[in-house]
Ligand binder design. Structure first.
Ligand code: 58G
Length: 247
């Protein structure tokens, strides 16, 4: 069982993603749990203030240290789980990090808002900072949902084990193209090899499609896959035909 504790000023944003489809089923099956905590509940003043103006001046507001710290401490407890802040300044989130996090018992996800949070909370309580990509969002919630989804689907039992082992990025290559009925759609036939019944030929075709696509779209991944020993001699022969060579 993997528990996600999500700290946010807007718990309602998580309703759809956590109450529909696969994450809903995974929670019902007791494989994961997503618990929402409203940071504002930890503000102690009459107006339940969670933000304030920045010292030194400047635009926007900053999340106050006390409510956020109280919330993190109450939720993290004694177990010392990873406390992850979603931010554009974070380490790039990858499939390898998703795998690593899927082996935790508990993960605390902190969603910042406004211009950010008081730096002292980051120093004192945040153990890891992740970014889902080089763009800025209005809050960390959407980034937290991306991490939640990518990690939850790797927890054993959440989805078919075969599809996570085979998929794009676990061996560093992009996926092969998929087809289903009808056999011809708007004059476009399914590649004949897929309906031939020759399983060996299908596997070979799919491997080549993956190599071809990765070369065309993400040559950086191909170089990495080679360095990591994911390419066979046969792969290298095919890639040489396409004009690719390692370095
Ligand atoms: C410091 C600075 C702490 C994630 C800003 C917190 C979150 C993009 C991503 C913040 C985000 C990403 C303020 C609003 C971060 C907060 C939040 N934007 N690329 N926005 O993963």
């Amino acid at each position: 069982m993997l528990t996600f504790d999500i700290l946010t000023l807007f718990p309602g944003m998580f309703v759809g993603p956590t109450t529909e489809s696969i994450l809903k089923r995974a929670q019902q099956a007791g494989l994961i749990e997503a618990r929402l905590h409203n940071i504002r509940d930890w503000a102690t003043d009459r107006h339940r203030t969670a933000d304030d103006a920045p010292y030194g001046g400047g635009a926007g507001m900053v999340m106050k240290a006390e409510p956020l710290a109280a919330c993190i401490r109450a939720v993290a407890g004694a177990g010392a789980p990873p406390v992850i802040l979603l931010s554009p300044d974070g380490e790039p989130f990858t499939q390898a990090i998703a795998h690593e996090l899927s082996r935790e018992e508990r993960i605390v996800l902190v969603c910042g808002h406004y211009e950010g949070l008081d730096e002292r909370v980051r120093e004192a309580l945040v153990t890891r900072e992740l970014s889902i990509g080089d763009y800025v969002l209005t809050g960390g919630e959407l980034a937290a949902m991306v991490v939640l989804d990518a990690v939850a689907r790797l927890v054993p039992g959440v989805i078919d084990a075969e599809s996570t082992a085979e998929e794009s990025h676990s061996d560093g290559l992009l996926e092969y193209p998929h087809y289903t009925r009808p056999a011809v759609w708007e004059e476009r036939p399914v590649p004949p090899v897929l309906v031939s019944g020759h399983h060996g030929e299908v596997a070979k075709w799919r491997r080549r499609e993956r190599l071809r696509r990765t070369l065309a779209r993400r040559p950086d991944l191909l170089a990495r896959a080679h360095a990591d020993g994911h390419l066979t001699r046969e792969d290298l022969v095919y890639l040489a035909d396409l004009g690719w060579g390692p370095g």
